[in-house]
Design a protein around this ligand. Sequence first.
Ligand code: OAD
Length: 227
Amino acid sequence: MERLQHEEFTSIVFFTGAGMSAESGVPTYRGKGGIWKDYDYEEYACQDAFERDPDKVLEFHRIRRRSVLLCQPHEGHRVIASIPEAGIVTQNIDGMHQRAGSEEVIELHGSLWRLRCPECGFRKEDFGEVYEKKCSECGGRLRPDIIWFGDMLDPLVMQNASTLIKNCDLFISIGTSGTVWPAAGYPDLAKRSGAYCIEINPEPSGATAYDRVIEGSAGEVLPKLFH
Ligand code: OAD
C-alpha cells in the first residue's frame, strides 16, 4: 500500500467509530457480534431505562467497562497517537485512544469512565469497579456520562468537533458505519470544507464524501499508510 504523504497536510483529523477498537476485542454496535444485537438499547441505553431500573443499566455498563479493560490498544491506535498534532474526533466511549497515548480526544458520545449528575451538571471521572451513585455536590443520582438513545449531544463538544473538521485538510474516517447523526454528517462536512477524505473500513460505508476508500482493518491499514 502506498504510504500517505501526510506531512503535506497541515491539519489532520482522525474520525473514529467502533471498528477502530474491533481488533482490540471491543465489540462494535452493529453487524455480526454487535452490542445492539445482544442488548436491547431500550433496556440498557436510554434515560427511561435508567429511571426504571438504574441498577440494571449500571450493571450493563460495569460489565462493558470490565471487558474493555481486558482489551489493549493496537498498532492503529498507536499510529494515531504518534501524530500528536492531529485532531481526534471519536464516537467511541471506550477510552482506547487515551490508553494508546493520545491526549486530546473529542468524545462525541461521552465516556464509560465519566459520571455526570443530571440535577446539577457535575461531572467526574470514575474508574472504580463499581459506579459511584450519589452526586457529592447535590445528592442527585449520578449516571454514566454517555450519550444514550434520546439524549442530546453536548453542544460544546459538537462545536469543537465541527470547528476542527471544518478547518482540516485531511480527514480520515476509521471504522464507522456512518449511521448515527450528527457524526454521520462529518465526512460531508469535511469534504465541503475542502479536505481530502479517506475511509478505512473492511466493509466501507458507501458514503460519497470519500476521495479514497481503503478496504481493510484499522490495525493493518494505519501502520502501512503512515510508516
Ligand atoms: P457500528 O457498529 O455502527 O459500525 C462499526 C463499523 O466498523 C462498521 O462499518 C464495520 O464495517 C467497521 N469495522 C469493523 N471492524 C473493523 C476494523 N477492524 N477496522 C476498521 N473498521 C472496522 O459503530 P459506529 O459507527 O461507531 O452510539 O456506531 C456509531 C454509534 O452507534 C456508536 O457510537 C454508538 C452506537 O449506538 C452510542 O452509544 C451513543
